[in-house]
Design a protein around this ligand. Sequence first.
Ligand code: NAP
Ligand code: HSE
Length: 328
Amino acid sequence: MPSIKVALLGFGTVGEGIYRILNERKEEIKRETGCVIEIVSILVRDKAKKRLATPGTKITDDIQEILSNQEIDFVFEAIVGEEPAYTYLSDAIEKGFHIVTANKTMFAKHGPALLKHAEFRGVQLGYEATTAGGVPIIRTVASLLPVDRVRRIRGVLNGTSNFILTKMREEGIPFKAALHKAQMLGYAEADPTDDISGKDAFRKLMILSALAFGSQPNWQDVPVGGIDRVTIEDVADASKSKLRYRHVADISVDEKGAVHGSVGPVLIGIDHPLYGIDGVNNAIIVETDYLGALTLAGPGAGMYPTASAMVGDFLQMIRKSEKVLVTI
Ligand code: NAP
Ligand code: HSE
């Protein structure tokens, strides 16, 4: 049977999730694609770290071992931060590898350039997992675009913030303890500053803006606030008035084509579509000319939701490019 060879960049929460799903669903993937998936290499920062055993897969800390392996068809990227991720992916595209990334810090800034580069080189680039974890928002907006026009996208885009606000409200757990739980569950970034300051949701909003409107507003013009100033007393007071805090990212395009965004905690009432979105869930409301309003909701972070979005991209890409991929 032909094989598709892949490399993983990163073997933390998300990278390990990809490895697990590709192994757990080996037979189904074989049936679906007619190919065996071989994970040939995994890139990490620290080779000495104790981690899940990966028999038959090389663990390396040298990106050149992957980039120089001409047998590799796909690279899954789940490392942290803008660099070296952008350079690694630019080089991988240049080598002709197809890419699936979860790295929103890198993609918010460099996504448009990477997409152009990928198109130029005739390779595919999947980025579903950069935004809203397991919720298929990228695929959905992309599928609406040829016919419809998106006017506004708003919603909860950071699972950690929503989890913390929910724990504070439901269990009276203080902010720091709730954040610690989110870290233990693999929802928060290694450095959670961007989660709680609103920057993470902002970056996801910029990814959605580029996709839906073909442009991003000037980053400096978008007010960005986080949940770090919301206290347990604020949450309890809001509850008494049947209100809830939600961390909402909002982007819209006006009649002149200018794009406006905002990110921050807002108080919402029981009739609001985001009122019931609790825990690590994200929810996104997309408003369009023809469809009206569409709401998607589901887990916005964590190992399996994120990794399943990446494997979903991967399978879709295999279907699209049957002819270029298969190495026997
Ligand atoms: P993580 O648990 O901190 O794992 C990061 C992995 O990347 C580790 O294996 C680390 O190596 C490796 N790494 C980091 N910098 C590297 C470098 N410069 N060179 C080589 N390897 C490097 O992070 P994660 O939660 O899996 O997240 C991975 C990416 O997915 C991030 O960009 C994150 O924003 C994004 N994301 C995460 C989630 C989530 O729910 N966790 C959801 C959506 C998107 P070592 O193991 O040796 O330290
Ligand atoms: N730290 C992010 C969050 C992971 O909590 O939403 C998913 O992008």
